[in-house]
Design a protein around this ligand. Structure first.
Ligand code: NDP
Length: 465
């Protein structure tokens, strides 16, 4: 039997890779993890975590408004972008350090440098300044967990735009921002900029933002974003960007209008990070979208190579990558076959207001089951009615008509990410509407509306398929 340097070699120390490495190492396996940048991956270094800090910082504007509505006078409120960025970076460094410590505690070897696959059992770590880890290593099993990278559109002047990677390090807060795209990152960053006092426009090429979400959620959120001061421009895309002498970015759009801003942020999707990994040398197959093709157990077509997380482009969320990584390690190192069930994964969009969603949209449910019952409430939460605020929440349940199972829950409003986590448990367990309704309300809360909706909603015009 062949002798290998390691039982497992993990490429990429992000959420999925670190979890797989730790769980595998705790079984007694000899595990190496190679990382070319900082430990923690997109989520910790340039994604979920710093984004959430920015969300917290930017929400203060609406909290100040609320404070005023409740009798407070808060004079001279100021935001210090540079101070905030510094503190954010200190916290990110602390969290990254915890990831390193946890890997070490589990007994995994961290190798600093970019890794390339040479064959089905060999990985080369390239030289990196300050690291002595360069070299060739053999492993019984290889796990690719390299995540994704922002995708930039290709048109004249696109190089003047930034992506979310750079948005975490802008030297100055812009006065005017144009955010391009209509997905998670676009609406989240548009809300962040807007909350921080930046004049913000969201430019999306389609008919409405958040394609793939429930249609009511999409239109409700677009309205609420506009109410909060974001200009939402739909059905429009770039032809070019020019930079003037004073640094203004002039975007020429496909309707021949021009638009001036200080920053253009492309939130135009992400792609699996497979470039230069050497996958072809081992014969690892990609799918038609350039993601690594894997089976239910995250195994590639090569017997000794697996992949988890965004590089496989299944559901591109941190907790999913973590669960895929853990399931891989359980299967391969504990003789405990596990595959992660990708159904009914809840997610949240940290826009302002935020969105929480689990299960099927109304259109998906109609397509899958034919007949569905819809329960829906749109209302001003009591917190804002007190001072005459106009923010509205949306709560929507999608129920399969024949067996009355709740197959979709969609919430737009304060705390919806927290609310949806709980709703997801019930949906995952296959709750029926009657069981759902048997739950007594918690009063006075926004979420109580979820269990008090008794009348079916009949839209004036039946949308969706
Ligand atoms: P998404 O795929 O969600 O959205 C990309 C957006 O960019 C879409 O609106 C798309 O339009 C638009 N787009 C794509 N190409 C172009 C182009 N050439 N010109 C103009 N517009 C374009 O990607 P994101 O970057 O927002 O996020 C990536 C992934 O990261 C998400 O899918 C999600 O899985 C994850 N994520 C999760 C978060 C969370 O859980 N809160 C937060 C941030 C990211 P169209 O709809 O027409 O295709």
């Amino acid at each position: 039997m062949a002798e290998y340097d390691f039982d497992l070699f993990v490429i990429g120390a992000g959420s999925g890779g670190v979890r797989a490495a730790r769980v595998a190492a705790m079984s007694g396996a000899k595990v190496a993890v190679a990382e070319e940048y900082r430990v923690g991956g997109t989520c910790v270094i340039r994604g979920c975590v710093p984004k959430k800090f920015m969300v917290y910082a930017s929400e203060v504007t609406s909290q100040l408004k609320t404070a005023k509505g409740y009798g407070w006078t808060i004079d001279n409120a100021r935001f210090d972008w540079k101070g905030f960025l510094h503190d954010k970076d200190v916290e990110i460094a602390r969290l990254s350090g915890i990831y390193v410590t946890n890997l070490q505690k589990a007994g995994a070897h961290l190798l600093h440098g970019r890794a390339q696959i040479l064959d089905a059992h060999t990985v080369e770590v390239l030289p990196k300044e300050g690291s002595k880890d360069a070299g060739r290593y053999t492993a019984r099993k290889i796990l690719v967990a390299t995540g994704g990278r922002p995708r930039r559109p290709d048109f004249p002047g696109a190089e003047f735009g930034i992506t979310s990677d750079e948005a975490f390090h802008l030297p100055e807060l812009p006065k005017r921002a144009l955010v391009v795209g209509g997905g998670y990152i676009a609406v989240e960053f548009a809300s962040i900029f807007n909350g921080l006092g930046v004049q913000t426009t969201l430019l999306y090429r389609g008919a409405n933002i958040l394609r793939g979400f429930d249609d009511d959620v999409r239109s409700h959120l677009a309205d609420e974003l506009e109410k909060r001061g974001i200009k939402v421009v739909l059905g429009c895309s770039h032809q070019s960007i020019e930079k003037t002498a004073d640094g203004t970015l002039v975007s020429r759009l496909n309707n021949d209008l021009t638009f001036d801003s200080d920053v253009v942020l492309f939130a135009t999707g992400r792609e699996p990070y497979v470039a230069g990994l050497g996958l072809e040398k081992a014969g690892v197959e990609l799918n038609e979208h350039g993601a690594i093709k894997v089976d239910d157990f995250s195994k590639t077509n090569v017997d000794s190579i697996w992949a988890v997380g965004d590089v496989t482009d299944r559901i591109n969320l941190t907790p999913v990558a973590i669960r895929e990584g853990a399931a891989f390690a359980q299967t391969e190192f504990y003789d405990n076959p596990q595959n992660f069930d990708h159904d009914n994964v809840a997610s949240a969009v940290f826009s302002q207001p935020p969105v929480g969603t689990v299960g099927l949209t109304e259109a998906q449910a109609r397509h899958a089951f034919g007949k569905v019952d819809i329960y829906r409430a749109v209302f001003r939460p009591m917190k804002v009615t007190f001072y005459g605020g106009q923010d509205r929440c949306l709560i929507k349940l999608v129920v399969k008509q024949d067996d009355q199972r709740v197959v979709g829950v969609h919430v737009v409003g304060p705390d919806s990410p927290e609310i949806i986590q709980m709703a997801a448990i019930a949906v995952k367990m296959g709750v029926t509407k009657a069981q759902w309704d048997s739950t007594c309300a918690v009063h006075p809360t926004l979420a109580e509306e979820l269990v008090t909706m008794r009348e079916k909603y009949v839209p004036t015009e039946m949308g969706g398929a």
